[in-house]
Design a protein around this ligand. Sequence first.
Ligand code: NAD
Ligand code: HSO
Ligand code: ZN
Length: 437
Amino acid sequence: MNFDNYLIPIYWDHCSLSEKKILLTRPVHKNKNKDIYSNVKHILDQVSQYGDSALIQFNLYFDCIQTKYLKIPSQTINNSKKYLSNKTKQAICSAFNNIHQFHQKQYFSEIDLEPIPGVHCTQIIRPLNKVGLYVPGGTTPLPSTVMMLGIPAQIAKCKRVILCSPPPISNIILYTAQLCNITEIYQVGGSQAIAAMGFGTQSIPKVNKIFGPGNIWVTEAKRQINYRTTDVAIDMLAGPSEILIIADETANPIFIAADLLSQAEHGPDSHVILITPNINIATQTRNEIYNQIKNLSRIDIINNSLKHGCIIITNNIIECFDISNDYAPEHLLIHIKNANNYLKYITNAGSIFLGNWSPESAGDYASGPNHVLPTYGSSANTSGLGVTDFQKKISVQELTQNGLIKLSKTIITLAQIEQLKAHEYAITHRVNYIKRK
Ligand SMILES: NC(=O)c1ccc[n+]([C@@H]2O[C@H](COP(=O)([O-])OP(=O)(O)OC[C@H]3O[C@@H](n4cnc5c(N)ncnc54)[C@H](O)[C@@H]3O)[C@@H](O)[C@H]2O)c1
Ligand SMILES: N[C@H](CO)Cc1c[nH]c[nH+]1
Ligand SMILES: [Zn+2]
């Protein structure tokens, strides 16, 4: 194995498949785990005990903002549009339309079925009542995330939607929230915002489910709230951004470098990876990263991410997919000729981008699918956010007398196998009643 400590390490040769998989251990799994856990636990305990006053103190401590109130007045939300240019509003509007179109197709369908005559089974759909949306804002405000959360909540027809974001909340966040019919907005961020929505405070209501991405502290807070409460769910672990690119010899190193950097700039814990069987693509990409980084801002953040990232050279293209499936990335980009032919090799990914003309930024902002996606390897068991995450399915069944008679033998036999007499009698009392008539 060869390790070159220059911006982003490259690994090649003499390295077994399992060693290559270990190289992809995520930054959050490598270090700091215990500290993150106990810091977040402390924040959750404080909010649970002291409510709003803890939130106000954390706003000052973490975000250096002295907040007198937490809820943004409706007048401030209404005024937000005045401060935005037409160009900004048009971009938001055009992204909104595409995201809305894609999500409208996701609605759960109702089921109406009679497996045997007289046994009527349906599935009805109900929106979640109270939902809490977290919009990141530590590094930079993300109005695109407001749409990714607000649009599916709106389509699902959730009754009460609240939004939390770190102070100071920018006009573009307020404007985009209003576009999604969200008017209950609180200026609080980080783990403390998740705690507020999970426990409830004097001014912030406890919700049924918390949605939204965030940094390592936000994501850990969601994990702990999910564990500490029985009646507050979370959407997923949508933590620091991850991008894994698989490239063949036809790929363009300029595009690969640009895509890797686009996620490196999200935060110091972003995980950026290139896997390719082609050594020229690997080295040219690294040089390109070096060229492009000079024109970017947030260099410290990017450098930190690149340090965690890596370029791995494989023996062949199929090995790339093996490593990627094992890693289960948030974003998977396929920079291979006829990329569509390789979909069959992919088992785990939050979202897939096919070919050289599908940059991840397109999905981040405007193509339509959701950008709130599972990280930390959870794309192996969780899907990206959608309308159905804001809905519940409830099954309904209604049997006629004939239907019950037809099903009775099966139920009685199974109740006897499980030695549950009361279950059996719930059937026999009725069957005897019907027969006596
Ligand atoms: N997976 C996804 O779907 C997805 C989508 C969008 C963004 N993201 C990720 O969201 C993250 C946004 O991060 P961000 O930092 O810009 O904003 P953020 O809103 O997630 O976090 C900012 C807050 O973190 C808290 N914080 C900062 N330092 C802390 C510390 N030492 N201890 C405890 N709390 C602390 C503060 O309260 C601050 O307000 C990025 O990592 C980005 O990659 C992920
Ligand atoms: N790439 C992020 C998800 O990992 C989403 C985002 C928002 N704005 C820009 N990008
Ligand atoms: Zn992004």
